[in-house]
Design a protein around this ligand. Structure first.
Ligand SMILES: *Cc1c(COP(=O)(O)O)cnc(C)c1O
Length: 350
């Protein structure tokens, strides 16, 4: 266990470049709280500023620290067609005057006009990213390998490319942004009633693992529930445990997070990544209609549906103080415009 200053000191060994607005606010959500029988507050990482914000802005402050240190003039990134990560990299590259290759993977079986052309793909084009496609959706190593090939082509043309890899086994650079977020949170929560549970979306796991490592390093033992957006709970838990160890090693922290400390839930994952189900749709409407709070269909809507499930099942007890991390992703909502309009018109929920 260490102080905020000590952890900040360890993080200062890593280069960063400022990209976003911090600290992000924590909002009360009284009308959602009442419906769920808990006291809910929401950490607004959708409000990190750059190009519609989101959690990737914290992660990219560390990645672009490395990009600039390496003297690169081009960055390469891969993700789903409606990836917020890709859009955030395209925005950071534009802000720093760098070229950006955006590789879009065929990860979600959606080919309608909004999914292909609106939301984040529209933003990538406005931001000037050079777009490529990758025909597979479940092949992280393959997607990274094609990025390295594009980088090689660029190198031959005299550019200095930098690949931001997606697959496991790479240094967990982005997670440092969420270790830092744990320090920010600890300071914000000092003057508030004790939080009983944190709920976060768990995708690549950089957010979930970074926050978990940061909180535990500061001696905060509150459970962190990661809601699975892509993989089954057991597979994701192993990934998070590995990520935590890798983050601790990278920073030089003692091994504090144990596998038993990793909580994952996949109760609302079906039918799979980026695909809407009733629980996610209901969660998106509930947040919008109760608080005017916009969640997305891939990450935050799913994570909020997971929170609702945990509260209903009593895993999160009635009356608990719960902090939900809103990781952004709202531009992807427009990518799901056709899918959402169909549901709204059918009136399958009111
Ligand atoms: C990428 C993303 C996540 C998942 O974060 P990881 O660090 O990859 O687990 C959650 N929410 C939104 C909106 C995202 O774009």
């Amino acid at each position: 266990m260490m102080t905020s200053d000590e952890l900040t000191g360890l993080l200062s060994a890593f280069p960063t470049t400022p990209l976003g607005h911090f600290p992000t606010p924590i909002d009360a959500a009284p009308r959602l709280s009442e419906q769920l029988g808990i006291t809910l507050s929401i950490k607004r990482d959708d409000a990190t500023g750059l190009a519609f914000g989101g959690n990737k802005i914290r992660q990219l402050e560390y990645y672009f620290g490395k990009v600039l240190d390496a003297g690169a003039d081009t960055v390469l990134i891969t993700g789903a067609v409606q990836s917020n990560y890709v859009r955030s990299v395209a925005a950071a590259a534009a802000k720093l005057g760098l070229r950006c290759h955006a590789q879009l993977e065929d990860r979600v079986p959606l080919y309608d006009e909004s999914y292909v052309k609106n939301g984040n793909t529209l933003l990538n084009n406005l931001l000037g990213a050079i777009t490529h496609s990758y025909p597979e959706g479940e092949d992280e190593e393959g997607a990274d390998a094609q990025l390295y090939e594009i980088a090689e082509e660029d190198r031959k043309k005299g550019f200095k490319p930098y690949v931001i890899p997606l697959g496991p086994g790479n240094p967990p650079t982005g997670a440092l942004g969420y270790v830092k977020c744990a320090i920010e949170l600890a300071e914000q929560l000092e003057s508030q009633p004790k939080i009983d549970a944190f709920v976060v979306p768990s995708g690549s796991g950089m957010t979930h693992a970074g926050l978990l490592v940061g909180l535990r390093a500061l001696g905060i033992t509150t459970p962190v529930y990661g809601i699975c957006v892509r993989r089954a709970a057991d597979v994701q838990a192993q990934r998070i445990a590995k990520n935590c160890r890798a983050i601790e090693e990278l920073i030089g922290l003692p091994a504090t997070v144990t596998p038993g400390d990793v909580n994952t839930s996949d109760a609302v994952l079906s039918p799979g990544y980026g695909q809407l189900n009733d629980a996610v749709y209901d969660a998106v409407l509930m947040a919008a209609r109760s608080e005017g709070l916009m969640l997305d269909t891939v990450y935050t809507g799913r994570a909020f549906a997971g929170l609702v499930h945990l509260a209903k099942e009593g895993v999160i007890a009635k009356g608990s103080n719960v902090l939900f991390l809103h990781t952004g992703g709202t531009p992807a909502l427009f990518g799901y415009g056709d899918v959402l309009n169909k549901r709204l018109i059918a009136g399958s929920n009111t």
